[in-house]
Design a protein around this ligand. Structure first.
Ligand SMILES: [Zn+2]
Length: 468
C-alpha cells in the first residue's frame, strides 16, 4: 500500500517530533553520549572539527561569538549555543579564598549537614559515634572500616554503631556511609519507595545480579530471575536514572557543600550563566550543546551512495535517513534549549543575581505559551538539567518553577513543634497542612521531608525509644 504524499509527510513529522522530544529529555552529557554512539554506528554521519558559531555561522574567535555580541542590543541576556566540550568546563575561576564571606557562612560541610539531621534522634554519646563515623568516610563518602572495630575504639556497644550507621545512611543525601555502591543503591531504593513507584525487580537485581547489572547484561538477569527482559530493563533504567553511585559527591556537586574541588571536577551544568565583564551589561548565558563541532552528513559518502550495489542501497538509505533526522532534531533541541534559557534568565534575573527570596516561580504552561510550544515539551526540556549561576552555585532548572518552598517551610515548622515521644507520620502531617490551605498527598509530604533532611516518623521515634 502506498501512503499518500501528505500522510507520508505527516509520518515523518511525527518521527521528527518524537525524536526531538526524546533528545530534549537528555542533558548535555547524555546527548553527547548519544551523538558519539551514532557517529560510531552510522558511517554517513560526520562531526566536522570546526569552530564556527552555531548562530551566525562565522568562524568562532572567542566565546561568546564577538559578531553576535556586537549585534546584541538592549538589556536582554546574551544567550548563545556553545560548542565547548562539556569536559572542558570549570565551575568557576575564583579560588575558594575569593568567596564572599556570607556564602562561606551559609554553606556547611557534609558532616555537619548529616549530623544536624541525625541529632534529632540521637543521645549525646550516639552523636559522638555519628561524628566519628562521618570523620572516617573516604573521599567517596563510603564507610569502609569495620563497625565492630569502631565500637571497640569508642568503647560503645556495636548496636550503637550500627544504629548510627543506619541513620546516617538514610539521612540526606541518602546512601552516605554505606560500604560500597551496591549497598548505597539498596538504601536509596528503600528510601525512594517511600515517595515514588519503584520497579519491583530493583532489590532483587541489586542483591542477586550485581555483576550482570554492571555489565548491562540484561538478558542474563532476565533469565536468572525468571523475569521478562522489559521488566529488567525498566528496573535498570530506574536504577541508572534515579540512584547516585556516590551521594556524598553528588551533594558537593549540587553546590551545597564547601568541597569545591569535587564540584569542579565532576559537575557539568547544561547552562552557564555569568556576569557581563562590562559593568551593567546584560547577563551572559552559555548553553552547552553536546556538539564539539558541526554535525552533518558526510558529503563524500552521500554522493557515493548511487554507485553502491543495488542490494546494499536500502541499508545506506536508512543510514542517510537516520543521520538526517538526528542532525535536524539535535538542532531543534538546542534551539529550544536556547530559547528556554533566554526566557528563564530574563524573568529570573533577580534570583540569579540575588538570592532564594527573589525567586518568582514560573509555570511551565506560561513558558510554553510564550514559546508557542506544548507544555510537555517544556517539561522535557527542563527536566534532568542544571544551570550554574554567576556565584558558582549550581541549581536544577526545575528550581525556577519551584512552588513548593512555602509548603516545605510549613512541614518543617510542624515537625519542629511535634511531641518528640510521638513523632507525626507523613499522613498526620498532610492532615495538619490542610487547615493551612495546603492539600498534599502523603507521598508529597515524605518527599518534602527528605528534601529538608528530616527522617521518617518511624526512625525519629524508634531511635528515641532505644536511647531511653
Ligand atoms: Zn555568532
Amino acid at each position: 500500500m502506498y501512503l499518500s504524499h501528505t500522510a507520508e509527510h505527516r509520518a515523518q513529522t511525527t518521527l521528527h517530533l518524537t525524536q526531538t522530544m526524546r533528545l530534549l529529555g537528555l542533558n548535555t552529557d547524555e546527548l553527547a553520549d548519544e551523538i558519539a554512539h551514532e557517529l560510531e554506528t552510522n558511517p554517513v554521519l560526520q562531526m566536522l572539527d570546526t569552530t564556527h558559531c552555531p548562530q551566525c555561522g562565522r568562524r568562532l574567535r572567542a566565546l561568546p561569538c564577538p559578531n553576535c555580541i556586537a549585534k546584541h542590543t538592549g538589556d536582554t541576556p546574551i544567550v548563545f549555543l556553545s560548542p565547548r566540550q562539556p569536559g572542558s568546563f570549570r565551575a568557576t575561576d575564583e579560588e575558594p579564598d575569593d568567596l564572599p564571606a556570607e556564602r562561606i557562612a551559609q554553606t556547611e560541610t557534609l558532616a555537619e549537614h548529616i549530623l544536624r539531621q541525625v541529632a534529632f534522634s540521637a543521645t549525646d554519646s550516639e552523636k559522638i559515634v555519628a561524628a566519628n563515623i562521618l570523620a572516617r568516610l573516604d573521599d567517596k563518602g563510603l564507610f569502609t572500616e569495620q563497625a565492630a572495630e569502631l565500637a571497640l575504639t569508642l568503647r560503645v556497644p556495636l548496636e550503637a554503631v550500627n544504629r548510627m550507621l543506619a541513620l546516617i545512611q538514610r539521612a540526606d543525601p541518602v546512601g552516605v556511609a554505606t560500604r560500597d555502591i551496591r549497598e548505597s543503591f539498596a538504601v536509596q531504593i528503600e528510601v525512594r519507595r517511600e515517595t515514588m513507584a519503584v520497579p519491583p525487580l530493583c532489590e532483587r537485581i541489586l542483591a542477586e545480579c550485581w555483576e550482570l547489572l554492571t555489565k548491562r547484561n540484561y538478558q542474563s538477569i532476565a533469565r536468572q530471575l525468571a523475569a521478562s527482559l522489559d521488566e529488567v530493563k525498566e528496573a535498570a533504567v530506574f536504577i541508572r536514572r534515579n540512584l547516585t553511585p556516590y551521594p556524598a559527591r553528588a551533594w558537593h556537586d549540587s553546590g551545597r557543600g564547601t568541597h569545591r574541588l569535587a564540584r569542579d571536577v565532576y559537575y557539568q551544568p547544561d547552562i552557564l550563566i555569568s556576569h557581563n565583564p562590562r559593568p551593567g551589561g546584560p547577563l551572559i548565558v552559555e548553553v552547552f550543546t553536546g556538539l564539539s563541532g558541526a554535525l552533518r552528513l558526510d558529503p563524500d559518502i552521500k554522493s557515493a551512495i548511487p554507485t553502491v550495489p543495488e542490494e546494499d542501497k536500502p541499508e545506506w538509505s536508512e543510514y542517510v535517513e537516520r543521520a538526517t533526522l538526528l542532525v535536524k532534531c539535535v538542532q531543534q533541541r538546542n534551539h529550544t534549549m536556547r530559547r528556554i534559557a533566554e526566557i528563564i534568565t530574563a524573568e529570573q534575573k533577580a534570583f540569579i543575581v540575588g538570592g532564594d527570596c527573589d525567586l518568582k516561580p514560573l509555570t511551565r504552561s506560561a513558558l510554553a505559551q510564550q514559546l508557542n510550544l506544548h507544555e510537555s515539551t517544556v517539561s522535557r526540556a527542563v527536566s534532568n538539567k542544571s544551570a550554574a549561576l554567576p556565584n558558582g552555585r549550581i541549581v536544577p532548572l526545575s528550581i525556577f518553577f519551584d512552588r513548593s518552598l512555602a509548603v516545605r517551610d510549613a512541614v518543617q515548622t510542624i515537625i519542629g513543634q511535634e511531641d518528640r515521644r510521638a513523632p507525626l507520620s507523613d499522613t498526620q502531617i498532610a492532615e495538619l497542612l490542610k487547615p493551612q490551605g495546603y492539600i498534599v498527598a502523603r507521598r508529597t509530604v515524605a518527599k518534602y521531608r527528605q528534601m529538608l533532611g528530616i527522617l521518617s516518623a518511624n526512625l525519629r521515634g524508634r531511635e528515641l525509644s532505644l536511647s531511653q
